[in-house]
Design a protein around this ligand. Structure first.
Ligand SMILES: *Cc1c(COP(=O)(O)O)cnc(C)c1O
Length: 399
C-alpha cells in the first residue's frame, strides 16, 4: 500500500482561549488604538512590549505592524537612506530586500552555504561595500554568530537581525536578535507567534530605539511606552524624525501576550517535529541534511533538505511524487517565483548580480512547513514518503 499524508501544511493552531478572551475584552471596550486608554489603564500593546523585552533580556522593545516594517524601521533608525548599500543574505524571502528597497537603499547579496547560512568568507570579501548588514536567519538556520560578530565588529559593520524564523532560538546561549544592535521579529500567521500581522524590534541602544519609536508613529506620546528609552533621550530626536505609521494595536497585542508566555513550550514542540523528520531522512542516499552546530539552539517551524547537484527533471519528479502523496514541498530552484517562495534573481529592482554558489545551493533546496497541528507520527509519515520518493528518483537517475 502506498502511504499518503492528509494533513494541511498551512493550518496553524487556534489562538489560545486566554488570547481570545483578552481580544474580546478589547473589542468590548473599544479602545483598540494603543494610546487610547482610560485613567490608570496600561495598553495591551505597552504590556506586550514590556513582556517581550523581559523575555529577550532587552532594555527596549517596540511592537509594530509587521516584520517587514520592523526591518525598514531598523534600517532608517541606523541612518540608512537613498543611495546606500546594505549587505544581506541572497537566500532569504522577499520582505528582506523589500525592506532595504523601501528606504531607497540597494542590497549587496551575500552567498549562502550548503548548510543554509550566510557565507562568512563572501561576507568578508564584500564587507567594504556597506556599513550595515541586514542578517536574515532564513528558515531558522543560524550562522556562527561569534565569528560573524567578530568580523562585523572588526570591519565596522552594524548588524541588524531578521529573526522572522528564529524567535525563541539562541546561539551559544544568546537569544537570536540580541547579537546585533537591533533584532526584528514577525508575528505573522506562519511565524512563531500569530496575530495575523505584527512585529517587534528589540535593542539596548537608546538613540536607535527612540528613533524607531518616533518613526513608528508615536506622535509625542513616547512617554506612554514603558519599554522605550527615557523621555529625555527623545529631546532632539522627536523633532527630527518623521512619523511613518506602523504601530501595533491593542487587539493584536491581546492575542499575542498569552502566546509569548507559551513560546518556550511551543518551540520545544516544533523541534520534536523537526527531529522526527530529520531522523526519518537520515542517511538517505542523494539527500543532504543541513548540519546543525552544537552552539545552535534552533527552533525549526519548517524543514529543509537539499538534493545537491541533481538535475531539474529528477527534482521535479520528487516534488510531484511527494505532492501526489500529500506532501507539499517548496522548491527554491524554480525559474519563476511561486507563492511565498522567491529567490534573489527574481528581485529585479535590487539589480542582483549572478551568484554561482547560491544558485547551486538553491537549485537543490526543498522546503516545507511544520505547523504545530502536525504530530510527531505525522512527521514520521512525511519523512517516509520523502525518503521513498527521493530513493525512487535517485535510482532512476542512476540507471
Ligand atoms: C515573514 C518574513 C519576514 C517578515 O515578514 P512580515 O510578513 O512583514 O511580517 C521577514 N523575513 C523573512 C525571512 C520572513 O520570512
Amino acid at each position: 500500500m502506498t502511504e499518503r499524508f492528509t494533513g494541511s501544511f498551512t493550518q496553524q493552531e487556534p489562538i489560545p482561549d486566554t488570547g481570545i478572551e483578552a481580544a474580546l475584552a478589547v473589542l468590548k471596550h473599544g479602545r483598540l488604538h494603543r494610546y487610547n486608554t482610560v485613567e490608570g489603564e496600561v495598553a495591551e500593546a505597552d504590556l506586550l512590549e514590556q513582556e517581550f523585552a523581559a523575555l529577550m533580556g532587552a532594555k527596549y522593545c517596540l511592537a509594530v505592524a509587521s516584520g517587514g516594517y520592523a526591518m525598514a524601521t531598523a534600517l532608517r533608525a541606523c541612518g540608512i537612506g537613498p543611495g546606500d548599500q546594505v549587505l544581506s543574505n541572497a537566500f532569504t524571502l522577499a520582505p528582506v530586500p523589500g525592506a532595504i528597497a523601501s528606504v531607497g537603499a540597494t542590497p549587496v547579496f551575500i552567498e549562502v552555504t550548503q548548510d543554509l547560512t550566510i557565507d562568512l568568507a563572501d561576507l568578508a570579501a564584500k564587507a567594504d561595500q556597506a556599513k550595515v548588514l541586514l542578517l536574515s536567519h532564513m528558515r531558522g538556520h543560524i550562522a556562527d554568530m561569534d565569528a560573524l560578530m567578530a568580523l562585523c565588529n572588526e570591519r565596522g559593520i552594524t548588524v541588524i537581525e531578521d529573526c522572522a524564523h528564529t524567535m525563541g532560538a539562541k546561539w551559544n546561549g544568546t537569544w537570536s536578535g540580541r547579537h546585533g544592535v537591533l533584532g526584528c521579529y514577525s508575528c505573522q500567521t506562519y511565524k512563531h507567534v500569530n496575530s495575523g500581522e505584527g512585529g517587534f524590534l528589540v535593542g539596548d541602544d537608546p538613540k536607535l530605539m527612540a528613533r524607531a519609536t518616533m518613526l513608528s508613529g508615536s506622535y509625542m506620546m513616547y512617554g506612554r511606552h514603558s519599554a522605550a528609552p527615557a523621555p529625555e533621550v527623545f529631546d532632539d530626536i522627536r523633532l527630527e524624525t518623521p512619523n511613518i505609521s506602523g504601530r501595533m494595536d491593542n487587539l493584536r497585542a491581546a492575542i499575542l501576550r498569552p502566546q509569548l508566555r507559551d513560546l518556550p513550550r511551543q518551540c520545544a514542540r516544533w523541534n520534536d517535529l523537526y527531529r522526527a523528520v530529520e531522523d526519518g531522512l537520515a542517511q538517505t542516499p542523494g539527500l543532504y541534511l543541513p548540519h546543525r552546530p552544537e552552539a545552535e539552539d534552533y527552533v525549526m517551524s519548517s524543514f529543509q533538505f537539499l538534493l545537491l547537484d541533481w538535475d531539474a527533471v529528477a527534482i521535479r519528479k520528487v516534488i510531484a511524487g511527494c505532492l501526489n502523496r500529500g506532501v507539499e514541498l517548496k522548491w527554491f530552484g524554480a525559474d519563476d517565483p511561486v507563492a511565498f517562495t522567491s529567490k534573489y534573481d527574481s528581485w529585479r529592482y535590487a539589480n542582483p548580480q549572478p551568484m554561482p554558489q547560491t544558485d547551486r545551493v538553491l537549485h537543490g533546496v526543498l522546503d516545507m512547513r511544520l505547523p504545530l497541528t502536525f504530530s510527531v507520527e505525522d512527521c514520521a509519515v512525511i519523512a517516509r514518503i520523502i525518503r521513498d520518493e527521493v530513493g525512487r528518483a535517485y535510482q532512476m537517475a542512476a540507471e
